[in-house]
Design a protein around this ligand. Structure first.
Ligand SMILES: Cc1cc2nc3c(=O)[nH]c(=O)nc-3n(C[C@H](O)[C@H](O)[C@H](O)COP(=O)(O)OP(=O)(O)OC[C@H]3O[C@@H](n4cnc5c(N)ncnc54)[C@H](O)[C@@H]3O)c2cc1C
Length: 382
């Protein structure tokens, strides 16, 4: 039974998906506890390009200033198979995760959400949430909560649902893994507003300058080719060197890279009983189109009525279908773009042609980056 001290909802994971869900549910009058095993700001493997749909969610939460702090992207330069081409790439902004994630958590707290950092949460087979503070004295029993609803937003390869076979991960074969780092003071950093996309047999690497001048590097790599190439740092340094970016190559070789588990994965289901999964915790596809944060934030808003069904004593199962409707077309598009990028020899001539047809190129680049329409001022490009 739920006790008076239990929150209505526990949200596990305070990345963009979880923090947005916490904001949304608190604004709708629910008592929300947001838990994360990390303390913030924290490093995260991410290309840091925020698509227009994610920007719209931030503005709807009153965080328009945050979007305005980002660097608007206008161009992508794609290198592959020894060639490069420049395409218009309007609509996204780059924004560091050190800036975005804490701002979203602050917005949730302003709406009355209680935030518990440095605490690992686990969903038990009885729909309880076990909280394991990372700084706890050994021997002290972990507190258990029994909220009316649980939102799991613990990210790619999250393990909060490991005790629940109904939510088991299905991991695609021929999978890539992610790596990322942020470097400073490099001479050949991309111009602010330009996204470099370097494609290679080992994978692809995105490079963009952040709002604070640092340079974000994020890659999806083939495990075996990366191992043969000497690991993520050596592989990314080689890709940068071959694109004639010696300063970035040197910085990449010396940098400390973070990694992720295999990228492309789904769950057997994303909702059952009083539990709903959102963001990467609900499944993931390769990141080339740079929309994972936006998908997570949109799901954080869209999940609210399904969580409320559980709060009201019902079942959140209908989220399975709503989640598929929200994301399946976008994931297909993301897979198509990723497929093209896996075959740079075939894709590059098409991209070069698009570079010569700016109106079509702009439209397709907008679609690839998750815009349904080019922004009003996109006509100024090309
Ligand atoms: C190489 C690469 C490049 C990418 N580039 C982009 C891009 O340019 N644009 C874009 O939009 N997306 C990009 N993405 C995807 C993006 O990073 C993710 O989709 C996004 O971070 C998902 O947000 P989330 O809130 O679901 O999860 P996360 O941001 O991963 O947050 C999950 C949180 O849960 C916490 N957690 C985990 N387990 C527990 C637990 N048991 N208890 C408590 N807390 C827990 C973690 O500490 C973490 O803070 C990229 C991804 C990769 C791998």
């Amino acid at each position: 039974m739920t006790s008076a001290r239990d929150p209505d909802v526990v949200v596990i994971g305070a990345g963009p998906a979880g923090a947005t869900a916490a904001c949304t549910l608190a604004a709708r009058g629910h008592r929300v506890l947001l838990v994360d095993r990390a303390s913030f700001p924290r490093a995260k493997v991410c290309g840091c390009c925020l698509a227009s749909s994610g920007q719209a969610v931030l503005r709807s939460l009153g965080l328009g200033d945050l979007v305005d702090d980002g660097v608007p992207l206008d161009t992508t330069v794609v290198h592959g198979a020894g060639r490069s081409t420049t395409l218009p790439f309007p609509g996204s902004v780059t924004l560091s995760r050190e800036r975005l994630d804490p701002a979203l958590i602050d917005a949730a707290r302003r709406r009355g959400v209680e935030f518990l950092p440095r605490t690992r949460a686990i969903v038990t087979d009885r729909d309880e949430v076990e909280l394991r503070p990372l700084d706890a004295t050994t021997g002290v029993p972990a507190p258990h909560l029994r909220p009316k609803a649980i939102v799991v937003a613990d990210g790619l390869g999250g393990r909060a649902l490991d005790d629940r076979p109904a939510f088991r991960w299905r991991i695609a074969g021929r999978n890539r893994f992610g790596v990322g780092t942020v470097v400073e003071d490099v001479q050949d950093a991309p111009r602010r507003g330009e996204l470099l996309m370097l494609t290679d047999r080992a994978g692809y690497l995105g490079v963009a300058t952040l709002e604070d001048g640092r340079v974000d590097l994020a890659a999806a790599l083939h495990p075996e080719r990366t191992r043969i190439g000497g690991g993520p740092a050596a592989t990314c340094a080689r890709i940068l060197g071959e694109a004639r970016l010696p300063g970035l190559a040197t910085a990449a070789a010396a940098a400390k890279w973070r990694g992720t588990p295999s990228l492309t994965r789904t769950r057997r289901c994303v909702a059952a009983g009083r539990v709903c999964c959102i963001g990467d915790a609900g499944g993931y596809v390769e990141p080339f189109t740079g929309e994972g944060m936006s998908w997570g934030m949109e799901a954080g808003v869209a999940v609210a009525p399904f969580v409320e069904a559980a709060i009201g004593g019902g079942d959140a199962r209908a989220w399975n279908r709503a989640h598929a409707q929200l994301l399946s077309a976008r994931r297909r598009r993301c897979r198509t773009v990723a497929f093209a990028i896996r075959h740079p020899r075939a894709a590059m001539p098409v991209m070069r042609l698009l570079g010569r047809l700016p109106r079509i190129g702009r439209r397709l680049a907008g679609v690839a980056s998750g815009q349904s329409r080019p922004p009003a001022d996109a006509g100024a490009l090309g």
